[in-house]
Design a protein. Structure first.
Length: 106
C-alpha cells in the first residue's frame, strides 16, 4: 500500500531552511515524482503525495461501489431468472403428471 511508502520518505532540513526528501525505497521516489507532476500546485512534495493517495483511495472506493452495484443488479437478474425457471419446471412437472395420468388410463 502506498501509505507504507511514507515510512521510507525522510525529510531533512537544508541550510536554507527548505526541506529535502530522501528515500529509503526507490519506489517511494517514483511515486513522489508522479505526485509532484500530477499535483504541482501543492505546497510541497509530501502534500502532493498524500493528495495523490487520497484521490487514488477515493477512486478505489468509487470502483468498489460500482462493482457492488453491478453485482447487486446481477444478483437480482439471476434471482428473477431462477424464479422463471422454477415456474417453467413446475409447469413441465404438471404436464408430465398429466401425461402420466393419460398413460395410466390407457
Amino acid at each position: 500500500m502506498k501509505f507504507e511508502l511514507l515510512k521510507s520518505i525522510i525529510s531533512e532540513k537544508r541550510d536554507d531552511g527548505e526541506h529535502e526528501l530522501k528515500f529509503k525505497d526507490p519506489h517511494a521516489e517514483v511515486e513522489v515524482n508522479k505526485a509532484r507532476g500530477r499535483y504541482a500546485y501543492m505546497d510541497n512534495d509530501v502534500e502532493a503525495f498524500v493528495k495523490m493517495m487520497q484521490d487514488e483511495e477515493k477512486e478505489d472506493h468509487e470502483d468498489i461501489e460500482d462493482i457492488e452495484d453491478r453485482l447487486s443488479h446481477d444478483e437480482k437478474v439471476d434471482q428473477s431468472q431462477f424464479q422463471q425457471l422454477e415456474k417453467q419446471i413446475a409447469n413441465m412437472q404438471q404436464q408430465i403428471d398429466a401425461l402420466q395420468q393419460i398413460v395410466k388410463a390407457k
